[in-house]
Design a protein around this ligand. Structure first.
Ligand code: ZN
Length: 411
């Protein structure tokens, strides 16, 4: 068979070969092939196996010798808020010096400062700043990213962000999954009228979001919507054909995880303080549990999701950076993996599955990326390591040596 490209001599080829997500003990199986190879044709994987065998079956004009390094599927970031302008460095410093959230908000900081900066920025400024974040994600091995709106709040500003989201990926070899996010905060004019704001989302914003978004996500937490409002918004989104996601149980447990299970959402995210009964319901469902350890780390919080328990419960556990200007200004999935192992209690293999195949499932891309399976997009990484466990063992430096998207090595 003639192919375009062979990647050969991977010391460990992590195939994760599967279209469906993994749970429980299956999350420990990375499908490792020693001295493995991948054959690529028209941007897709056509064969995977031992180098001897693949090189025998496939002839290619080009070959990349991985030199005994780890070759694995590229990362999928299942949860990000990279579309915004500005940063929160000043309030970060105030926080380090001991200022409370209330003091920071009173000084003009908090979510509303990002909303203001984003509303005031030009389209070009938002795109340039957000693309720089995506470029860092790509450099750290992420080739598929879920990106949420949310820093617009009012209908016009949110629709503008949805429009920018369509342009965001231009010029970058990254696959984006666009999500309309409701309830990141509440506009000042609706501060005492949360129900009226939910009406606005349901009646005005959602119908206009359907063309440009694939998912609808709702923040059901302190500073966001109540459970009843979340349900109303998600049911409307479902009716309009959007996939469903929910920010659940990060600081208060309002019942959003149970709701996600009931509605058959794509994922429930954060899940730091989920009550046991709801955890069992989610674990028994097809809804992914997206855990975001960088948000806990960013807050220097002692509360993080009980990842070990989530996996032992049988949930489809996935990971995301939660990249956002407040709690997690990090674009790195390798860092997220290092944290997942240390503070959520995952093993390295489980964290890798959660950052690839299961994350792909959480954003509706499990048949396209997330494993080295024939037919999937040739999105893969060559690590600067010969043992996959180095991914989590090392932290603070980039373990990714080369990133390939649809069979092309990124410059
Ligand atoms: Zn989030």
């Amino acid at each position: 068979m003639k192919v375009d490209l062979l990647v050969t001599h991977a010391g460990e080829l992590l195939t994760l070969d599967r279209l469906a997500p993994r749970r429980g003990a299956a999350m420990s199986d990375l499908g490792i092939i020693r001295d493995g190879a991948v054959a690529i044709q028209d941007g897709r994987i056509v064969a995977v196996g031992p180098t001897d065998l693949v090189a025998n079956q496939c002839r290619a004009p080009e070959e990349i010798d991985a030199g005994g390094r780890v070759v694995m599927p590229a990362f999928v970031d299942a949860h990000s808020h990279v579309l915004y302008a500005g940063n929160r460095i000043d309030e970060f410093e105030q926080w380090l010096k001991g200022a409370s959230d209330q003091e920071i908000a009173a000084a003009g900081g908090g979510v509303m400062s990002t909303v203001r900066a984003t509303r005031e920025a030009s389209d070009d400024a938002i795109l340039t700043q957000s693309r720089a974040r995506l470029a860092r994600m790509l450099a750290h091995g992420t080739t598929t990213v879920e990106v949420k709106t949310g820093y617009g709040l009012d209908p016009e500003a949110e629709l503008r962000l949805l429009g920018l989201l369509q342009m965001l990926g231009q010029g970058l070899p990254v696959h984006l999954v666009p999500t309309f996010l409701a309830g990141r905060s509440v506009p000042a004019e609706y501060a005492e009228r949360l129900e009226a704001y939910a009406d606005l989302v349901v009646e005005e914003m959602l119908p206009r979001a359907t063309e440009q978004a694939e998912y609808c996500d709702v923040v059901c937490d302190e500073g966001g919507f109540t459970l009843a409002q979340t349900e109303r918004i998600l049911r409307k989104a479902d009716e309009l054909g959007l996939g469903l996601k929910v920010h659940a149980d990060e600081s208060v447990a309002l019942g959003a995880t149970g709701l996600a299970a009931e509605l058959g959402a794509a994922s429930a995210d954060h899940l730091v303080i989920t009550p046991e009964e709801e955890r069992a319901r989610l674990a028994a469902s097809a809804v992914a549990a997206v855990l975001l350890p960088a948000a806990s780390f960013g807050l220097a919080s002692h509360h993080s999701a009980p990842g070990r328990t989530w996996i032992d419960s049988g949930a489809i556990v996935a990971l995301g950076t939660d990249c956002n200007p407040e709690t997690a200004p990090s674009e790195s999935m390798p860092f997220t993996i290092a944290l997942a192992c240390r503070i959520l209690g995952l093993t390295v293999a489980e964290a890798i599955v959660a950052a690839t195949l299961n994350a792909a499932y959480a954003v509706g891309r499990a048949t396209v990326v997330g494993s080295l399976s024939p037919g999937k997009s040739a999105d893969l990484l060559i690590l600067d390591a010969d043992d996959h466990r180095e991914l989590a063992y090392r932290f603070g430096t980039n373990p990714v040596r080369a990133v390939m998207v649809e069979g092309r090595v990124c410059p």
